[in-house]
Design a protein around this ligand. Structure first.
Ligand SMILES: [Fe+2]
Ligand SMILES: [Fe+2]
Length: 258
């Protein structure tokens, strides 16, 4: 199997930057695909890092991050969940960003402790709480699906940027920097393949669950959707929800046929 690759950084919304890497993975349909693995930086009065990338890519990840921001200025590290592809460089970032606090919830903090990570700089998100700094408001959002119960995405009300953690991830034929560059059929198949791997429980969820999850997203009216495992998707909310609905229908049909 090939090694993960760090693919660079790019602006994805005002003040928002994507730190991109990708991981070669076997696909359920045979063959090999690539899974994007993204972290994000929100610059501004109180800079915030969303997730910390893959430990195997520590050197290029940290160099790219420090190229975007002197890490003494970093104030927040939002950890979406404790999977290794999201916390891989957390110790290195904590070491080089002494003023930064880790934003997570109760279960996330517990898993940090179990993993031997320091919890003395945790800013605990209470249920219903949100993060405000300056004139910016970061609202926690439960992703439409997830692979760890502590998963917590967020919505930046100033730029209408929505981060959905692992949701809307897709196995792709090749790395790209914009979801809009992926042919529709490839994106639909990629989302179906990824959701079958990451959230097979979707097969047992009824239509009501999906409608409620979709309604939460549509009411936010995001201008761009960021995922840990999909290139930035601008103005694609309808397309992503349609692809996810198709994936869930397929998972349910496969489960009934099994
Ligand atoms: Fe995950
Ligand atoms: Fe992930």
């Amino acid at each position: 199997m090939q090694e993960p690759v760090f693919s660079g950084v790019g602006a994805v919304a005002p003040d928002w930057f994507e730190l991109r890497s990708h991981l070669p993975v076997p696909s359920p349909d045979g063959g090999c695909r690539v899974l994007p693995v993204n972290a994000f930086l929100l610059r501004g009065r109180e800079p915030m890092l969303l997730d910390t990338g893959l430990a195997a890519l520590r050197t290029p990840f940290m160099a790219a991050l420090e190229g975007l921001l002197p890490l003494e200025e970093l104030r927040w590290i939002w950890i979406s969940h404790m999977d290794a592809d999201h916390v891989g460089n957390l110790p290195a970032v904590l070491e080089r960003a002494p003023e930064a606090r880790v934003v997570t919830n109760f279960l996330g903090m517990g898993k940090m402790a179990l993993a031997g990570l320091p919890t003395d700089r945790v800013h605990l998100l209470e249920p219903g709480g949100w993060l405000t700094f300056g004139d910016r408001e970061i609202v926690p959002v439960r992703p439409p699906y997830y692979d760890a119960p502590e998963s917590i995405g967020c919505f930046d009300t100033a730029t209408r940027t929505l981060f959905t953690v692992d949701a809307f991830g897709a196995l792709l034929d090749a790395p790209v920097t914009e979801a809009a560059a992926i042919p529709d059929a490839v994106l639909r198949a990629g989302i179906a393949n990824w959701s079958a791997i990451d959230a097979p429980w979707l097969a047992g969820m009824g239509e009501d669950y999906l409608l409620r999850a979709f309604d939460r997203i549509e009411r936010l009216s995001p201008s761009v959707i960021l995922s840990g495992h999909l290139p930035a998707a601008r103005g694609m909310t309808g397309a992503l929800l349609s692809h996810l609905a198709a994936a869930c229908a397929q998972l349910s049909a496969d489960a009934r046929a099994a």
